[in-house]
Design a protein around this ligand. Structure first.
Ligand SMILES: CC(=O)[C@@H](O)[C@H](O)COP(=O)(O)O
Ligand SMILES: NCC(=O)COP(=O)(O)O
Length: 237
């Protein structure tokens, strides 16, 4: 079985656009778990443009499934994760000004840095995952760092799949096979959606977890809008 961790960054984006507390990210996290999601993912960014560091603390007592905190391990982020002790930390090499995550780690170049930081998280009982482009050499590099898992960056797959190119799964399968061989856990995320998730899951041996946010929230709007428009119409009769 592959676990679904719902990324709630977009709920915070919407909340922040008005300055109040609607929609409420804590309530939303409670609800997605109630509806069956097996995890909650957040990705606080240094400018706190969506999830804020305070949200990470507020979510801690209510996330009873897997709590996954993603981000670039700058000192402020590392301190927060060590303080909160989520189920999993996913290390992502984001540039400060990136609109969204746009690349995985170079695990060979950053081996020493990653090894040290992973050791610290693991010593504190936090499972670790490293965000990676789908390259077997990067999986081998990740193994050297002592990480528990890797998260495959699925933007390239999602884009190619939307153009009809199913072969785009191949580098991901090659990485999954290597992970299975060497005992690394496999997560995946970025631009996964109702359109591509089944094909991805069916082709990836031992895919442990996917984190999905942007498409899942957009799809919730599309699939919920008819109901809500009708609820308003009923009240306006
Ligand atoms: C790590 C990753 O793939 C991202 O998808 C991320 O967690 C989403 O971040 P944004 O919500 O800031 O785009
Ligand atoms: N790790 C990926 C993630 O949390 C969600 O990415 P996206 O679905 O918002 O692209």
């Amino acid at each position: 079985m592959t676990k679904l961790s719902v990324n709630i960054n977009k709920i915070a984006t919407l909340r922040n656009s008005r300055g109040g507390n609607t929609p409420n990210v804590v309530q939303f996290a409670k609800d997605v778990q109630e509806f069956g999601a097996q995890g909650v993912t957040i990705h606080p960014r240094p400018d706190e443009r969506h999830i804020r560091y305070q949200d990470a603390y507020d979510l801690k007592p209510i996330v009873y499934t897997e709590y996954n905190i993603e981000g670039n391990p700058i000192p402020k982020f590392v301190d927060m994760v060590l303080d909160i002790k989520p189920t999993q930390v996913t290390l992502v090499p984001d540039a400060e000004d990136a609109i969204t995550s746009n690349a995985g780690w170079d695990t060979i170049k950053h081996k020493d840095f990653l090894t040290d930081i992973i050791k610290e998280f693991k010593n504190n009982g936090i499972r670790t995952s490293i965000f990676l482009d789908p390259e077997v050499s990067q999986v081998d590099g990740a193994l050297e760092t002592g990480t528990d898992r890797i998260e495959l960056y699925t933007e390239a797959f999602a884009h190619q799949y939307s153009l009809g190119n199913k072969k785009a799964i191949e580098p991901y399968v090659a990485c999954a096979l290597r992970c299975n061989e060497v005992g690394l856990g496999i997560n995946a995320g970025h631009d996964l959606s109702l359109e591509n998730i089944k094909f991805f899951k069916d082709n990836m041996p031992n895919l442990l977890e996917v984190s999905i946010g942007h498409a899942l929230i957009s799809e919730s709007l599309y699939l919920g809008i008819e109901n809500v428009v009708n609820m308003y119409l009923n009240k306006l009769k």
